[in-house]
Design a protein around this ligand. Sequence first.
Ligand code: GLC
Length: 452
Amino acid sequence: MSAYIASRRQFLRRSLATASLPFIPHLAFGECPEDVRTAWYRAAKFGMFIHWGPYSLASVEASWPIMTPKPGGISEAEYVALHKRFNPVNYDPDSFIDLARAAGQQYMVFTTKHHDGFCMFDSAYTDYKITNTPYGKDIVKQLADACARRSMPLGLYYSPPDLHHPGFRDTSRPASETWHGQPERPEWPTYLQYMQLQLTELLTRYGDVKVIWFDGLDHQEKYDGRRVLDMIRTLQPATLVNDRIGVPGDFVTPEQFIPKVIPTKGMRAHGPGADLEKGSPLSAPRQADFQLWETCMTINDTWAYNAHDHHYKSAQDLIRALVEVVSRGGNFLLNVGPQPDGTIQAEFQERLRRVGDWLTVNGESIYGTTFGPIQGNAGFRTTAKDNVLFLHVFDWPSASLTITGVKPKVVSARLLSNNQRLVFQQSDSGLQITLPPQAPDKDVSVIALRML
Ligand code: GLC
């Protein structure tokens, strides 16, 4: 590592340590104003999603093989028995945090319970859980303790669909027939009660829960989301909640795609013809209309560990996806599926570290920024912070770059990769920046324009 990168890394670490710990004033029970609750999250921009459970043993997707079985695939009985062999002896929560830090990720979201209903925490209300495996220890607790010790904000994914609970569905029938849940059965309230008890466990035994990340799939109104949200706000007023439990939460969650527009309040994020998949971001909205959002995405094509899925996005794809997301004001929650032994595969590690190296040099153009004022240009993206506009150049022109739409007077232009000052001219016809012939960064080169 060059001395320049090392000193940048130190600088970034110091500034992030303060940026990610917003001051939370003393609050009355259940109270936490939205801008206070979301401050750390708005600045964080990049998080690690972790999908992990006994399903990692079979190289199959989490839960879906029993919801929508494929001929020749794993049977429901085989899937449900996997936990009897689950023994991730090499699990080390610190290694997850080390990797997230190396990648420049500022928070983590961990699957405490996926649709299959298996609990990675020691819930008192089920036997289908991590402490009843050969491994025998509470995985969520270890991660929560390590995150608290190392000031890594931790979010908990919790699936409202639960194929294992007899109140959720008639478990004597195949999961493939009843996985949508059966709210019409008299047993349904026992399931809502179970959710409430488990969420209480998660929100009272695992320290600060920065996010509850629900994954409600279809007909989310059946979960009585209003009641759930009130309960979360009472137990931990600062916890953020996403938009998948039938009531609007703190942020919307486009999945496996980057919205074409900058999301504004009231837009539909999910389902066929969702607003976020249409249109083009020709102009930036007013801050007051902006809807907080987060794209979650896989590095290959599966959420769970899968030894056969080699369809990896390149480090450059991931860096550009991060820039694209942040240029529209969003957060990027990038997934890893740990292996059955508890370690994260080399292909993910290499890519994440490359993204981290890029962020070490260019992080000031990402963290703490908001969507840029110039949208809809194929060759570059913009982000903004205070009086600095960051130009993220995807297609490097050989001699100069002309941009229109920069109204304030520009006082300096600087390349983040080497701190080189660039010559520029500003006139009514636009801002013309003289560039070195080669892109200084092969992934994305960033120019910081300081305005008066
Ligand atoms: C989908 C899938 C689930 C995954 C989630 C992440 O909703 O059902 O497997 O956990 O996406 O966003």
